[in-house]
Design a protein around this ligand. Sequence first.
Ligand SMILES: Cc1cc2nc3c(=O)[nH]c(=O)nc-3n(C[C@H](O)[C@H](O)[C@H](O)COP(=O)(O)OP(=O)(O)OC[C@H]3O[C@@H](n4cnc5c(N)ncnc54)[C@H](O)[C@@H]3O)c2cc1C
Length: 434
Amino acid sequence: MAWDFETDPEFQEQLDWINDFVREEIEPLDFIITSPYDLNDPVRNDIIRPLQKQVQERELWACHLGPDLGGPGYGQVKLALMNEILGRAKCASTIFGTQAPDTGNSEILAHFGTPEQKEQFLEPLLRNEIVSCYSMTEPQGGADPKVFATTATQDGDEWVINGEKWFSSNARYSTFLIVMVITDPDNPPYQQQSMFLVPTDTPGVNIMRNVGLGYESEADDHGSHAYIRYENVRVPKENLLGPRGGGFIVAQTRLGGGRIHHAMRTSGRVQRIFDMMCERAISRTTQGELLSKKQMVQEMIADSWLEMEMFRLLVLRTAWRIDRYQDYKRVRKDISGVKAAMPGVYRNIATRALQIHGSLGVSWEMPFTKEVMESFHMGLADGPTEVHKVQVARRVLDDYVPCDDLFPSMHLPKQREAALAKYADVLERHLETL
Ligand SMILES: Cc1cc2nc3c(=O)[nH]c(=O)nc-3n(C[C@H](O)[C@H](O)[C@H](O)COP(=O)(O)OP(=O)(O)OC[C@H]3O[C@@H](n4cnc5c(N)ncnc54)[C@H](O)[C@@H]3O)c2cc1C
């Protein structure tokens, strides 16, 4: 019998350890460390490095990777169970070597990188000695890569990059950027772009500003999404990553894993918000009774639990299908489905938790306004929800065939006629008693 909803006891022991470790050692760091990506922050390094060592000693480091790249190769289901716990704290993924966007970037380097590229960029990235950035979206449009205008032209043994990129997360902390640019404008639209590895300190990589999210303070200058102008940026021809004109293929390799990993972490994040909601409901009284006694509050709890559990099962099933088929293309519908479901579930539960906490809920003394904003982040990064819904619908419809009759194949008169014809003999025999 193949259906199984239990974790094997050995791995459960690891999960229990992770759970305690995250709660006791990592969750408090949300109040101490500004960015887990800032390798120049001595406080960050003093605290995070020893914690990373403990994770490595327990063989829980970089669990998204197989043994060839220094990970245990647990597969996506185990990774999902881990990521649910890691999703609770800002620094947890970095401490376990599974932080975005480095995970996706390491995936494409492992897949498409030359031995030299792997030595220079991948190996230190996997050890978290450096941080990377994925620079694809442009100010004039992110959801439609066909409008990208950044170009690279060949000049001897070098490529010269010119253009602008928008919302390049962690560029300010990164050692290198993976940049998608037009190299072959005369090719068909999806074969015009290529990926390049660009060291961030290359002359001409100009970060014009670091944009923050709505809940962050502009005054603190902690924005981490860079608006970059590439001005005559020269890289050697060896820095082409993957095939020339193959930028879209490389991008897809990266985004499949990235999307499901975000969903795994979101599953844990939502559980944490749900716990806060429930605690408040059974603690706060109004008009002489607990909030939890109010039917409309009960509805919020029930709806939230149902959405959370349905989402979690969809994430785990998708993870299982990735392990089973080892082919992201075959699970595109599932991954897009999870990606499309994620922001709604996250937002609904964060909004209800905020509401149940009343004025405290909207204040900066609780995390809900940030969580609501983060739900929008999950509905935009790696492609907007609408685009993923379109993918789901297309893939779903691929499995159907049109009916060539005026009336649908399940038209009741048609079905009745077929049933009567199928059982005509029996009906004939019982004609008198019917
Ligand atoms: C927190 C965060 C981090 C990010 N990090 C990175 C990063 O590291 N690197 C990077 O390259 N990019 C990054 N992005 C950018 C992200 O990939 C884009 O925001 C996304 O692709 C949408 O592009 P856009 O913002 O230009 O919106 P637009 O392309 O202008 O789209 C705007 C809206 O139009 C609607 N829409 C778009 N297409 C369709 C459609 N086909 N059907 C119906 N409606 C549609 C959607 O509601 C969409 O949100 C990040 C974004 C966020 C929010």
